[in-house]
Ligand binder design. Structure first.
Ligand SMILES: [Zn+2]
Length: 466
């Protein structure tokens, strides 16, 4: 280098340029493929069957492929209620066959949209029409479409730089568990309920943003956006991606037509959009548009603070065993009867139905514990993505973020498979909906967080020793 022969100011300028400029050996590409099922398909999200009457906006599989010094990884988001281990494994296999990206380097998560198709291979969804041929046809094609989106991203790999920032938006997400005047912890107690004392848990207002672009011409490639709010903002029977639709549209307008936005949900098992102080119903496509507009504005507000992220790309995964609750013969018989005569229209029946679905689901495992995957992808010593397999309580996500050595840690829930709700141990003592529904035992959430932290710490020590 010739730095010694040029003036100090220029050296500083060159040094700054090299910090902010391209990371020479990094490539990235983005792709998206529509996965919208035909009208008539049963929709997911609630405990009763409802067929889609049409399409409000398309559902997508969206992918970013990152390559650094020969290491390749794919990050995929699906506009779906959840991920199932079966289709994740199948998609990873196809991706590996077609691109060579190792299966364990592929992270696939779902946004949790409640206005997408039911997933056919889950007992929980039987009451929602999972055995419908349209649901089965959707599932059959899904792995191929996921692989197509990753292949599209792979084919477009170009020299790229990654930039990251964290926005903060605390006005559209709320903890939906509340301490009530009768001493209980209530779930979604309803607007302006005079028996509410205070929320029973925190929120996570962070809006992590990771932007990929071409270094020379600044062409946009992809942006990864993550936020912790339950994606049940629409309702009704039109297919929709929910608020990511508006986020995606707004970012495309503001950043560039070719931008692929990959939206994922953070730990939000106990959060939703319902502001109990606000009397308005907060439903429908208008509500999703309002939420998406506010969120995309926050992403754009964070834009000037985007910082270049450099360093090695690392991926680590671990299988974690989670025990399941015991089911008595009597509980099993009761559950069967409740599901058979299923009625979720009043609250008492609803909780019984939730419990009965859980009991049947757990009984089908015949005592076999879950074996779930925890996966981390890290970039340098700055950025980390953590994939967790369920609807994770926000405190678990917050704990993970604050205990992680990485400056920016992103949690993607419902990733690489899902076991349903994963409450904190504290919530198990309090009960209410998510705990009634949870298929895993108390302590499972903390076990997942510890596994993720082990992996993060292992990546971090590699990141700082080169
Ligand atoms: Zn949900």
């Amino acid at each position: 280098m010739q730095h010694l022969s040029i003036p100090a100011a220029l050296v500083f300028l060159l040094a700054s340029v090299s910090i902010l400029g391209a990371d020479d050996d990094m490539r990235a590409g983005a792709g998206m493929v529509a996965i919208t099922p035909p009208a008539g398909v049963p929709l997911a999200g609630y405990y009763h069957k409802r067929g889609a009457s049409g399409v409000h906006d398309e559902l997508y599989s969206r992918a970013i492929v990152i390559e650094k010094n020969g290491v390749q990884s794919a990050i995929v988001s699906l506009d779906l209620i959840s991920t199932r281990r079966g289709f994740v494994e199948k998609a990873r296999e196809l991706i590996n066959d077609r691109t060579g990206i190792p299966s364990e380097n592929v992270m696939i998560s779902a946004t949790h949209a409640h206005t997408g198709p039911v997933l056919a291979d889950d007992l929980l969804f039987k009451s929602q029409g999972a055995s419908d041929p349209a649901a089965a046809a959707f599932m059959k094609e899904l792995p191929g479409k996921i692989a197509q989106s990753v292949c599209a991203a792979y084919k477009r790999l170009v020299e790229a730089e990654a930039l990251a920032a964290i926005g903060n938006e605390g006005s559209i997400t709320f903890n939906r568990r509340f301490h009530m005047r009768d001493g209980s912890v209530g779930w979604n107690p309803g607007k302006l309920n005079a028996n509410i004392i205070k929320p029973a848990g925190p929120i996570d207002p962070e809006v992590p943003v990771v932007y990929f672009r071409e270094p020379a011409n600044k062409n946009p490639l992809a942006v990864y956006v993550n936020y912790s709010v339950h994606l049940d903002n629409v309702g009704g029977d039109l297919i929709s991606a929910d608020l990511p639709y508006t986020v995606t549209e707004n970012l495309r307008k503001a950043v560039g037509d070719q931008l692929v936005t990959v939206y994922t949900s953070g730990a939000c098992g106990d959060l939703n959009h319902v502001d109990v102080q606000w009397v308005e119903p907060q439903r429908g496509h208008e509500n999703a548009a309002r939420m998406g507009t506010i969120l995309s504005a926050e992403v754009l507000r964070a834009w000037p603070r985007l910082e270049a992220v450099e360093g090695a790309l690392q991926i680590k995964t671990r299988l974690v065993v989670l025990e399941i609750p015991k089911v008595s013969t009597e509980a099993f018989a009761n559950a069967k009867e409740i599901v058979r005569s299923g009625n979720d229209r009043n609250r008492k029946n609803f909780m019984q139905l939730v419990n009965a679905n859980k009991v049947l689901d757990v009984a089908e495992r015949e005592g076999k514990p879950f074996q779930v995957e925890v996966q981390v992808i890290t970039l340098g010593d700055y950025l980390a993505w953590v994939a967790l397999p369920g609807e994770i309580f926000v405190e678990l996500g917050l704990d993970l973020k604050s205990s992680s050595p990485f400056k920016q840690t992103i949690v993607a829930e419902l990733a690489n498979g899902s076991i349903g709700y994963v409450p904190t141990s504290r919530a198990y003592r309090q009960g209410a909906y998510e705990v009634v529904s949870a298929r895993c035992v108390k302590g499972s959430g903390e076990k997942l967080v510890n596994a993720a932290l082990d992996l993060l710490n292992a990546c971090y020590s590699n990141a700082t020793t080169d």
